[in-house]
Design a protein around this ligand. Structure first.
Ligand code: ZN
Length: 276
């Protein structure tokens, strides 16, 4: 056995004998599941909108997080002191539940990616996260001014996703989110007349009506395709069809318990209808 990339060595006294514990960096080399791509748009009403090059679109509604944020903010406010044991316990619980949710979402997305032969995931960066008018509502969980949570959730999500994807041989790339919510993923045009109403993106050029977050996710995915195609095949053009963008699959997160304790849960799928 060869030991490489040693990070830490310690001697541990255990059950009457000395043990040498060696912590190493271990490179995982997994084969990529395929050449398909996916774009992920992070937001508030939908925590994540996911658009696959296979034509599938999925949404992860943010209610699970939103409900928690409201509940814990209220309970913490009731505490006599923000440094009381009860307040500390509530904060710890909230952190655990956020963490559970992010683990569950990233795990679910990576599993879906493997099934669809995805080799590269594009995640939109934070540029548009506050007040972009994409869904017509503030991209905010409950209280105003919790921008720190957005940043935290985005970083944590991206880290967990990158780590889980790498094990499966999938690369994660952060791309610019600029204009991805304003551009029509059907005809590729960015028009001032195009607008978002009740979560629908409506294009005046081609008449497409799509879930606004799914449209953003598809544009984020295209950003990756465009960048790659410039190098790989400058003449190829993507297949632009809005058929399935209009009806994304919604992954509802259901907690196993409703007493605001551990926060573990699972996803159930339903097909959304989004008629204008
Ligand atoms: Zn259009």
């Amino acid at each position: 056995m060869t030991i490489e990339n040693v990070r830490q060595v310690k001697t541990v006294w255990s059950n009457g004998e000395w043990q040498l514990h060696i912590v190493c960096n271990h490179e995982i080399e997994a084969e990529s599941p395929g050449d398909e791509t996916v774009g992920i748009d992070l937001g508030i009403s939908n925590f994540a909108a996911v658009s696959y090059s296979t034509g599938d679109h999925e949404l992860y509604p943010g209610n699970a997080l939103k409900t928690d944020e409201r509940y814990f903010a209220k309970e913490i406010a009731k505490c006599k002191s923000s440094r009381s044991n009860k307040a500390l316990r509530l904060r710890r619980k909230r952190a655990e539940r956020r963490s559970h949710y992010l683990h569950a979402v990233t795990k679910h997305i990576v599993t879906e990616c493997v099934e669809r032969g995805v080799g590269t995931i594009a995640v939109g960066n934070l540029e548009g996260v506050r007040g972009d008018g994409k869904t017509g509502e503030a991209r905010d969980w409950g209280d105003r001014g919790n921008e720190g949570l957005h940043r935290w959730a985005f970083n944590r999500f991206t880290n967990l996703l990158t780590y889980k994807a790498k094990i499966e041989g999938i690369a994660v790339v952060v791309v610019s989110e600029r204009d991805t919510s304003k551009t029509c993923s059907c005809c590729g045009q960015k028009r001032d007349a195009n607008r978002v109403e009740r979560g629908l993106y409506i294009c005046h050029g081609c008449g497409a009506a799509m879930n606004a977050d799914s449209n953003g996710a598809e544009n984020i995915r295209r950003r990756l395709d465009q960048a790659e195609k410039v190098i790989l095949n400058p003449r190829s053009s993507g297949d632009r069809s809005s058929g399935r963008v209009a009806r994304p699959v919604v992954n509802l997160f259901r907690r196993r318990e409703y007493d605001h304790s551990c926060g573990q849960g699972t996803f159930t799928q339903q097909v959304s209808s989004c008629k204008p």
